[in-house]
Write a protein that binds this ligand. Sequence first.
Ligand code: ADP
Ligand code: ASP
Ligand code: MG
Length: 409
Amino acid sequence: MGRLVMKFGGTSVANIERIGNVARHVKREVDAGHDVAVIVSAMAGKTNELVEWCREDSAMHDAREYDVVVASGEQVTAGLLAIALQTIGVQARSWQGWQIPIKTSDAHASARILGIDGGELVHRFQDRKEVAVIAGFQGINPQTGRITTLGRGGSDTSAVAIAAAIHADRCDIYTDVDGVYTTDPRIVPKARRLERISFEEMLEMASLGAKVLQTRSVEIALLYRVPVRVLSTFDADAGGTLLCDEEDIVEKKPVTGIAYSRDEAKITLLKIPDQPGVAAAIFGPLADSGVNVDMIVQNVSEDGRRTDLTFTVARSELSRALDAIEKAAPQIGYKEISADANVAKVSIIGIGMRAHPGVAQTMFRTLSDKGINIQVISTSEIKVSVLIAEEYVELAVRALHSAYELDTA
Ligand code: ADP
Ligand code: ASP
Ligand code: MG
Protein backbone atom coordinates (compact mmCIF):
# COMPACT_ATOMS: atom_id res chain seq x y z
CA MET A 1 0.00 0.00 0.00
CA GLY A 2 1.33 3.40 -0.84
CA ARG A 3 0.56 6.93 -1.81
CA LEU A 4 0.35 7.75 -5.51
CA VAL A 5 -0.02 10.82 -7.69
CA MET A 6 -1.48 10.19 -11.15
CA LYS A 7 -1.50 13.01 -13.73
CA PHE A 8 -3.57 12.91 -16.90
CA GLY A 9 -2.87 15.31 -19.79
CA GLY A 10 -5.27 16.90 -22.25
CA THR A 11 -5.55 13.97 -24.67
CA SER A 12 -6.29 11.63 -21.75
CA VAL A 13 -9.34 13.69 -20.73
CA ALA A 14 -10.34 14.89 -24.21
CA ASN A 15 -13.96 13.71 -23.93
CA ILE A 16 -16.37 11.97 -21.55
CA GLU A 17 -15.43 8.51 -22.81
CA ARG A 18 -11.74 9.13 -22.13
CA ILE A 19 -12.53 10.57 -18.71
CA GLY A 20 -14.25 7.22 -18.05
CA ASN A 21 -11.02 5.48 -19.10
CA VAL A 22 -9.07 7.67 -16.66
CA ALA A 23 -11.52 6.76 -13.88
CA ARG A 24 -10.81 3.07 -14.53
CA HIS A 25 -7.03 3.68 -14.30
CA VAL A 26 -7.59 5.40 -10.95
CA LYS A 27 -9.90 2.63 -9.70
CA ARG A 28 -7.22 0.05 -10.51
CA GLU A 29 -4.77 1.81 -8.17
CA VAL A 30 -7.40 2.40 -5.47
CA ASP A 31 -8.36 -1.31 -5.62
CA ALA A 32 -4.67 -2.14 -5.21
CA GLY A 33 -4.86 -0.32 -1.90
CA HIS A 34 -3.18 2.99 -2.77
CA ASP A 35 -4.15 6.46 -1.60
CA VAL A 36 -4.46 8.46 -4.81
CA ALA A 37 -4.31 12.14 -5.75
CA VAL A 38 -5.15 12.73 -9.41
CA ILE A 39 -4.08 15.85 -11.28
CA VAL A 40 -5.94 16.69 -14.49
CA SER A 41 -5.30 19.00 -17.44
CA ALA A 42 -8.00 20.71 -19.46
CA MET A 43 -9.53 18.77 -22.37
CA ALA A 44 -7.20 18.69 -25.41
CA GLY A 45 -7.35 21.99 -27.31
CA LYS A 46 -9.36 23.76 -24.57
CA THR A 47 -6.52 25.87 -23.20
CA ASN A 48 -5.55 26.97 -26.72
CA GLU A 49 -9.13 28.05 -27.31
CA LEU A 50 -9.24 30.01 -24.04
CA VAL A 51 -5.90 31.69 -24.80
CA GLU A 52 -7.20 32.65 -28.24
CA TRP A 53 -10.38 34.14 -26.75
CA CYS A 54 -8.26 36.39 -24.51
CA ARG A 55 -6.22 37.52 -27.54
CA GLU A 56 -9.35 38.22 -29.57
CA ASP A 57 -10.80 40.18 -26.66
CA SER A 58 -7.70 42.36 -26.50
CA ALA A 59 -4.12 41.85 -27.68
CA MET A 60 -2.95 43.73 -24.56
CA HIS A 61 -5.13 41.91 -22.03
CA ASP A 62 -4.63 41.99 -18.26
CA ALA A 63 -2.61 38.90 -17.25
CA ARG A 64 -4.66 38.51 -14.04
CA GLU A 65 -7.85 38.14 -16.08
CA TYR A 66 -6.08 35.86 -18.58
CA ASP A 67 -5.38 33.50 -15.68
CA VAL A 68 -9.03 33.57 -14.60
CA VAL A 69 -10.04 32.54 -18.11
CA VAL A 70 -7.39 29.91 -18.90
CA ALA A 71 -7.61 28.20 -15.49
CA SER A 72 -11.24 27.32 -16.19
CA GLY A 73 -10.44 24.35 -18.46
CA GLU A 74 -9.02 22.37 -15.55
CA GLN A 75 -12.01 23.22 -13.33
CA VAL A 76 -14.28 21.40 -15.76
CA THR A 77 -12.20 18.20 -16.06
CA ALA A 78 -11.63 17.98 -12.28
CA GLY A 79 -15.39 18.02 -11.67
CA LEU A 80 -16.11 15.59 -14.51
CA LEU A 81 -13.51 13.08 -13.31
CA ALA A 82 -14.85 13.23 -9.73
CA ILE A 83 -18.32 12.44 -11.12
CA ALA A 84 -16.95 9.59 -13.27
CA LEU A 85 -15.16 8.10 -10.25
CA GLN A 86 -18.24 8.34 -8.04
CA THR A 87 -20.25 6.65 -10.81
CA ILE A 88 -18.02 3.57 -10.71
CA GLY A 89 -18.13 3.43 -6.92
CA VAL A 90 -14.88 5.23 -6.05
CA GLN A 91 -15.18 7.95 -3.38
CA ALA A 92 -13.76 11.14 -4.87
CA ARG A 93 -13.80 14.91 -4.39
CA SER A 94 -12.52 17.63 -6.75
CA TRP A 95 -10.26 20.49 -5.67
CA GLN A 96 -9.33 23.73 -7.40
CA GLY A 97 -5.82 25.12 -6.98
CA TRP A 98 -7.01 27.80 -4.55
CA GLN A 99 -8.83 25.26 -2.39
CA ILE A 100 -5.77 23.10 -1.67
CA PRO A 101 -4.24 25.82 -1.66
CA ILE A 102 -1.38 25.66 -4.17
CA LYS A 103 0.41 28.90 -3.26
CA THR A 104 2.29 30.61 -6.08
CA SER A 105 4.14 33.80 -6.94
CA ASP A 106 2.11 36.58 -8.55
CA ALA A 107 3.82 36.19 -11.96
CA HIS A 108 0.52 35.72 -13.77
CA ALA A 109 0.62 33.25 -16.69
CA SER A 110 3.97 31.86 -15.53
CA ALA A 111 3.66 31.66 -11.75
CA ARG A 112 6.01 29.54 -9.65
CA ILE A 113 4.75 27.28 -6.87
CA LEU A 114 5.90 28.62 -3.49
CA GLY A 115 4.42 26.00 -1.21
CA ILE A 116 1.73 23.37 -0.76
CA ASP A 117 0.60 22.09 2.61
CA GLY A 118 -0.04 18.44 1.89
CA GLY A 119 -1.30 17.80 5.46
CA GLU A 120 -5.00 18.27 4.69
CA LEU A 121 -4.84 15.91 1.70
CA VAL A 122 -3.10 13.27 3.79
CA HIS A 123 -5.72 13.64 6.58
CA ARG A 124 -8.49 13.12 4.09
CA PHE A 125 -6.81 9.98 2.77
CA GLN A 126 -6.65 8.67 6.34
CA ASP A 127 -10.15 9.75 7.46
CA ARG A 128 -12.23 9.13 4.35
CA LYS A 129 -10.26 6.96 1.92
CA GLU A 130 -11.24 9.53 -0.68
CA VAL A 131 -9.49 10.16 -4.01
CA ALA A 132 -8.48 13.83 -4.39
CA VAL A 133 -9.03 15.06 -7.96
CA ILE A 134 -7.00 18.25 -8.31
CA ALA A 135 -7.18 20.79 -11.13
CA GLY A 136 -3.68 21.10 -12.58
CA PHE A 137 -2.05 24.27 -13.94
CA GLN A 138 -3.69 26.56 -11.35
CA GLY A 139 -2.69 28.15 -8.08
CA ILE A 140 -3.39 31.19 -5.95
CA ASN A 141 -1.21 34.09 -4.92
CA PRO A 142 -1.58 34.39 -1.11
CA GLN A 143 -1.04 38.18 -1.05
CA THR A 144 -3.59 39.11 -3.69
CA GLY A 145 -5.86 36.09 -3.32
CA ARG A 146 -6.07 35.87 -7.10
CA ILE A 147 -5.99 32.78 -9.33
CA THR A 148 -2.68 32.18 -11.11
CA THR A 149 -1.51 29.69 -13.76
CA LEU A 150 1.85 27.97 -14.06
CA GLY A 151 2.65 28.45 -17.76
CA ARG A 152 1.78 26.12 -20.63
CA GLY A 153 2.19 22.48 -19.75
CA GLY A 154 1.99 23.44 -16.06
CA SER A 155 -0.12 20.49 -14.93
CA ASP A 156 3.04 18.37 -14.93
CA THR A 157 4.45 20.78 -12.37
CA SER A 158 1.26 20.69 -10.29
CA ALA A 159 1.53 16.89 -10.20
CA VAL A 160 5.17 16.67 -9.17
CA ALA A 161 4.74 19.45 -6.59
CA ILE A 162 1.72 17.69 -5.04
CA ALA A 163 3.70 14.43 -5.02
CA ALA A 164 6.51 16.18 -3.14
CA ALA A 165 4.04 17.79 -0.70
CA ILE A 166 2.31 14.52 0.25
CA HIS A 167 5.54 12.48 0.11
CA ALA A 168 4.08 10.23 -2.56
CA ASP A 169 5.81 6.98 -3.35
CA ARG A 170 5.49 7.74 -7.06
CA CYS A 171 4.23 10.33 -9.53
CA ASP A 172 2.88 8.77 -12.73
CA ILE A 173 2.45 11.15 -15.67
CA TYR A 174 -0.04 9.63 -18.12
CA THR A 175 0.12 11.11 -21.61
CA ASP A 176 -0.50 10.31 -25.28
CA VAL A 177 2.89 8.61 -25.79
CA ASP A 178 4.18 5.67 -23.76
CA GLY A 179 7.24 7.41 -22.38
CA VAL A 180 10.08 9.79 -23.14
CA TYR A 181 11.53 9.08 -26.59
CA THR A 182 14.91 9.77 -28.17
CA THR A 183 13.10 12.61 -29.92
CA ASP A 184 9.53 13.69 -30.63
CA PRO A 185 7.96 10.49 -32.07
CA ARG A 186 5.54 12.65 -34.03
CA ILE A 187 8.26 13.90 -36.33
CA VAL A 188 10.64 10.93 -36.24
CA PRO A 189 8.76 7.64 -36.56
CA LYS A 190 12.01 5.78 -35.78
CA ALA A 191 12.32 7.46 -32.37
CA ARG A 192 12.69 4.94 -29.54
CA ARG A 193 11.33 4.93 -26.03
CA LEU A 194 13.93 5.34 -23.29
CA GLU A 195 13.56 2.92 -20.35
CA ARG A 196 15.27 5.52 -18.16
CA ILE A 197 16.49 9.07 -18.52
CA SER A 198 18.58 11.03 -16.03
CA PHE A 199 17.08 14.09 -14.36
CA GLU A 200 19.82 16.26 -15.90
CA GLU A 201 19.10 15.07 -19.44
CA MET A 202 15.34 15.40 -18.96
CA LEU A 203 15.85 18.95 -17.69
CA GLU A 204 17.76 19.83 -20.86
CA MET A 205 15.32 18.00 -23.14
CA ALA A 206 12.36 19.82 -21.57
CA SER A 207 13.92 23.26 -21.56
CA LEU A 208 15.11 22.82 -25.16
CA GLY A 209 11.61 22.08 -26.41
CA ALA A 210 10.52 18.47 -25.72
CA LYS A 211 7.11 19.26 -24.33
CA VAL A 212 6.46 15.82 -22.82
CA LEU A 213 7.26 17.31 -19.37
CA GLN A 214 7.29 20.94 -18.28
CA THR A 215 10.85 21.96 -17.26
CA ARG A 216 9.82 23.12 -13.82
CA SER A 217 8.28 19.72 -13.03
CA VAL A 218 11.67 18.07 -13.63
CA GLU A 219 13.40 20.66 -11.41
CA ILE A 220 10.99 19.89 -8.58
CA ALA A 221 11.38 16.13 -9.10
CA LEU A 222 15.15 16.49 -8.85
CA LEU A 223 15.01 18.81 -5.84
CA TYR A 224 12.59 16.70 -3.79
CA ARG A 225 13.68 13.31 -5.15
CA VAL A 226 10.20 12.47 -6.49
CA PRO A 227 10.18 9.19 -8.44
CA VAL A 228 8.51 10.17 -11.75
CA ARG A 229 7.35 7.83 -14.51
CA VAL A 230 5.93 8.83 -17.91
CA LEU A 231 3.30 6.36 -19.15
CA SER A 232 0.68 5.96 -21.86
CA THR A 233 -2.90 6.66 -20.91
CA PHE A 234 -4.01 4.27 -23.64
CA ASP A 235 -1.75 1.37 -22.66
CA ALA A 236 -0.56 1.51 -19.07
CA ASP A 237 1.36 -1.76 -19.51
CA ALA A 238 3.47 -0.36 -22.36
CA GLY A 239 6.54 0.17 -20.19
CA GLY A 240 7.03 3.89 -19.76
CA THR A 241 10.11 5.89 -18.82
CA LEU A 242 11.57 6.37 -15.36
CA LEU A 243 13.43 9.55 -14.39
CA CYS A 244 16.50 8.56 -12.40
CA ASP A 245 19.98 9.54 -11.26
CA GLU A 246 22.82 9.50 -13.74
CA GLU A 247 24.53 6.65 -11.85
CA ASP A 248 21.53 4.40 -12.51
CA ILE A 249 22.04 4.55 -16.27
CA VAL A 250 24.34 1.82 -17.48
CA GLU A 251 24.67 2.56 -21.18
CA LYS A 252 25.85 6.09 -21.88
CA LYS A 253 25.72 6.81 -25.61
CA PRO A 254 27.25 10.16 -26.63
CA VAL A 255 23.76 11.47 -27.43
CA THR A 256 20.62 10.36 -25.57
CA GLY A 257 18.05 12.58 -27.24
CA ILE A 258 17.31 15.38 -29.68
CA ALA A 259 15.00 18.30 -28.99
CA TYR A 260 13.76 21.15 -31.12
CA SER A 261 11.97 24.40 -30.52
CA ARG A 262 10.13 26.57 -33.00
CA ASP A 263 9.46 29.25 -30.39
CA GLU A 264 12.55 31.18 -31.46
CA ALA A 265 13.35 34.53 -33.07
CA LYS A 266 16.67 36.13 -33.94
CA ILE A 267 17.64 39.79 -33.65
CA THR A 268 20.83 41.21 -35.19
CA LEU A 269 22.29 44.60 -34.37
CA LEU A 270 24.70 45.80 -37.07
CA LYS A 271 27.68 48.06 -36.48
CA ILE A 272 27.47 48.51 -32.75
CA PRO A 273 30.45 50.24 -31.07
CA ASP A 274 33.08 47.64 -30.05
CA GLN A 275 33.68 49.01 -26.57
CA PRO A 276 33.01 48.17 -22.90
CA GLY A 277 29.42 48.72 -21.75
CA VAL A 278 27.64 47.97 -25.01
CA ALA A 279 26.43 44.50 -24.02
CA ALA A 280 25.04 46.00 -20.82
CA ALA A 281 23.30 48.75 -22.83
CA ILE A 282 21.60 46.06 -24.94
CA PHE A 283 20.75 43.35 -22.43
CA GLY A 284 19.84 45.68 -19.53
CA PRO A 285 16.72 47.11 -21.23
CA LEU A 286 15.73 43.62 -22.42
CA ALA A 287 15.91 42.25 -18.88
CA ASP A 288 13.96 45.26 -17.59
CA SER A 289 11.20 44.46 -20.10
CA GLY A 290 11.08 40.85 -18.89
CA VAL A 291 12.54 39.44 -22.11
CA ASN A 292 14.71 36.31 -21.74
CA VAL A 293 17.70 36.22 -24.04
CA ASP A 294 18.94 32.76 -24.99
CA MET A 295 21.77 32.41 -27.53
CA ILE A 296 24.24 35.26 -28.11
CA VAL A 297 27.00 35.64 -30.68
CA GLN A 298 29.23 38.66 -31.31
CA ASN A 299 31.40 38.97 -34.40
CA VAL A 300 35.08 39.84 -34.30
CA SER A 301 35.45 43.49 -35.11
CA GLU A 302 37.26 44.08 -38.39
CA ASP A 303 38.40 47.61 -37.72
CA GLY A 304 38.44 47.47 -33.90
CA ARG A 305 35.68 50.10 -33.73
CA ARG A 306 32.39 48.48 -34.79
CA THR A 307 31.00 44.96 -34.73
CA ASP A 308 27.72 42.99 -35.13
CA LEU A 309 25.79 41.15 -32.43
CA THR A 310 23.10 38.49 -32.81
CA PHE A 311 20.89 37.03 -30.09
CA THR A 312 17.72 34.98 -29.80
CA VAL A 313 14.51 35.44 -27.81
CA ALA A 314 11.23 33.51 -27.63
CA ARG A 315 9.18 34.24 -30.75
CA SER A 316 6.29 35.33 -28.57
CA GLU A 317 8.55 38.00 -27.02
CA LEU A 318 9.97 39.36 -30.28
CA SER A 319 7.89 42.53 -30.50
CA ARG A 320 8.54 43.34 -26.84
CA ALA A 321 12.28 42.83 -27.42
CA LEU A 322 12.34 45.06 -30.51
CA ASP A 323 10.45 47.71 -28.63
CA ALA A 324 12.97 47.67 -25.77
CA ILE A 325 15.96 47.81 -28.15
CA GLU A 326 14.53 50.62 -30.23
CA LYS A 327 13.87 52.69 -27.10
CA ALA A 328 17.48 52.17 -26.01
CA ALA A 329 18.89 52.89 -29.49
CA PRO A 330 20.65 56.15 -28.51
CA GLN A 331 22.54 54.42 -25.66
CA ILE A 332 23.45 51.38 -27.77
CA GLY A 333 24.45 53.25 -30.93
CA TYR A 334 23.79 50.57 -33.58
CA LYS A 335 23.49 51.46 -37.28
CA GLU A 336 20.90 48.86 -38.31
CA ILE A 337 18.63 46.27 -36.72
CA SER A 338 17.09 43.18 -38.30
CA ALA A 339 14.78 40.47 -36.97
CA ASP A 340 13.96 36.97 -38.21
CA ALA A 341 11.13 34.89 -36.76
CA ASN A 342 11.58 31.98 -39.18
CA VAL A 343 14.26 30.26 -37.16
CA ALA A 344 14.28 27.21 -34.92
CA LYS A 345 16.65 25.63 -32.44
CA VAL A 346 17.78 22.00 -32.66
CA SER A 347 19.70 20.46 -29.75
CA ILE A 348 21.50 17.23 -29.06
CA ILE A 349 21.56 16.13 -25.41
CA GLY A 350 23.50 13.44 -23.58
CA ILE A 351 25.49 12.88 -20.40
CA GLY A 352 27.72 10.59 -22.50
CA MET A 353 28.96 13.72 -24.32
CA ARG A 354 31.33 14.45 -21.44
CA ALA A 355 33.33 11.34 -22.22
CA HIS A 356 33.11 11.42 -26.02
CA PRO A 357 35.09 14.09 -27.87
CA GLY A 358 33.95 15.08 -31.37
CA VAL A 359 30.23 14.90 -30.68
CA ALA A 360 29.58 18.45 -31.86
CA GLN A 361 31.63 17.86 -34.99
CA THR A 362 29.27 15.02 -36.05
CA MET A 363 26.36 17.45 -35.64
CA PHE A 364 27.98 20.15 -37.77
CA ARG A 365 29.01 17.69 -40.49
CA THR A 366 25.56 16.05 -40.62
CA LEU A 367 23.85 19.41 -41.04
CA SER A 368 26.33 20.56 -43.66
CA ASP A 369 25.82 17.31 -45.64
CA LYS A 370 22.14 18.24 -45.80
CA GLY A 371 22.95 21.78 -46.90
CA ILE A 372 21.59 23.28 -43.65
CA ASN A 373 23.27 26.49 -42.58
CA ILE A 374 24.02 26.99 -38.87
CA GLN A 375 23.29 30.55 -37.75
CA VAL A 376 24.21 30.42 -34.05
CA ILE A 377 25.74 27.74 -31.82
CA SER A 378 25.61 27.34 -28.04
CA THR A 379 26.95 24.55 -25.88
CA SER A 380 26.99 23.32 -22.31
CA GLU A 381 28.49 20.22 -20.73
CA ILE A 382 25.71 17.90 -21.88
CA LYS A 383 24.16 19.67 -24.90
CA VAL A 384 24.88 21.41 -28.18
CA SER A 385 22.24 23.70 -29.71
CA VAL A 386 22.17 25.24 -33.16
CA LEU A 387 19.90 27.83 -34.67
CA ILE A 388 18.76 27.06 -38.23
CA ALA A 389 16.04 28.16 -40.66
CA GLU A 390 12.71 26.82 -39.42
CA GLU A 391 11.90 25.05 -42.69
CA TYR A 392 14.75 22.55 -42.07
CA VAL A 393 13.80 21.49 -38.53
CA GLU A 394 12.34 18.11 -39.36
CA LEU A 395 15.08 17.27 -41.84
CA ALA A 396 17.73 18.24 -39.29
CA VAL A 397 16.20 16.24 -36.43
CA ARG A 398 15.81 13.12 -38.59
CA ALA A 399 19.35 13.35 -39.97
CA LEU A 400 20.85 13.82 -36.50
CA HIS A 401 18.76 10.97 -35.11
CA SER A 402 20.37 8.64 -37.67
CA ALA A 403 23.84 10.15 -37.34
CA TYR A 404 23.94 9.44 -33.59
CA GLU A 405 22.60 5.91 -34.16
CA LEU A 406 19.43 6.56 -32.22
CA ASP A 407 17.32 4.83 -34.90
CA THR A 408 18.67 1.50 -33.73
CA ALA A 409 18.70 0.10 -30.20
P1 ADP B 1 -0.15 16.11 -22.25
O1 ADP B 1 -1.34 16.79 -22.82
O2 ADP B 1 -0.42 14.71 -21.83
O3 ADP B 1 0.53 16.91 -21.19
P2 ADP B 1 1.81 16.98 -24.19
O4 ADP B 1 1.26 17.21 -25.56
O5 ADP B 1 2.06 18.16 -23.33
O6 ADP B 1 0.87 15.92 -23.46
O7 ADP B 1 3.18 16.14 -24.27
C1 ADP B 1 3.23 14.94 -24.99
C2 ADP B 1 3.79 15.20 -26.39
O8 ADP B 1 5.14 15.59 -26.28
C3 ADP B 1 3.82 13.97 -27.28
O9 ADP B 1 2.61 13.78 -27.95
C4 ADP B 1 4.97 14.28 -28.23
O10 ADP B 1 4.53 14.76 -29.48
C5 ADP B 1 5.73 15.42 -27.55
N1 ADP B 1 7.15 15.13 -27.41
C6 ADP B 1 8.15 15.97 -27.77
N2 ADP B 1 9.33 15.43 -27.54
C7 ADP B 1 9.12 14.21 -27.00
C8 ADP B 1 9.98 13.16 -26.55
N3 ADP B 1 11.30 13.28 -26.58
N4 ADP B 1 9.40 12.04 -26.04
C9 ADP B 1 8.06 11.93 -25.99
N5 ADP B 1 7.20 12.88 -26.41
C10 ADP B 1 7.72 14.01 -26.91
N1 ASP C 1 -3.95 22.93 -19.90
C1 ASP C 1 -2.68 23.58 -19.73
C2 ASP C 1 -1.98 23.72 -21.09
O1 ASP C 1 -2.51 23.28 -22.09
C3 ASP C 1 -1.80 22.89 -18.74
C4 ASP C 1 -1.39 21.48 -19.11
O2 ASP C 1 -2.04 20.83 -19.94
O3 ASP C 1 -0.43 21.00 -18.54
O4 ASP C 1 -0.96 24.32 -21.16
MG1 MG D 1 1.81 18.60 -21.31
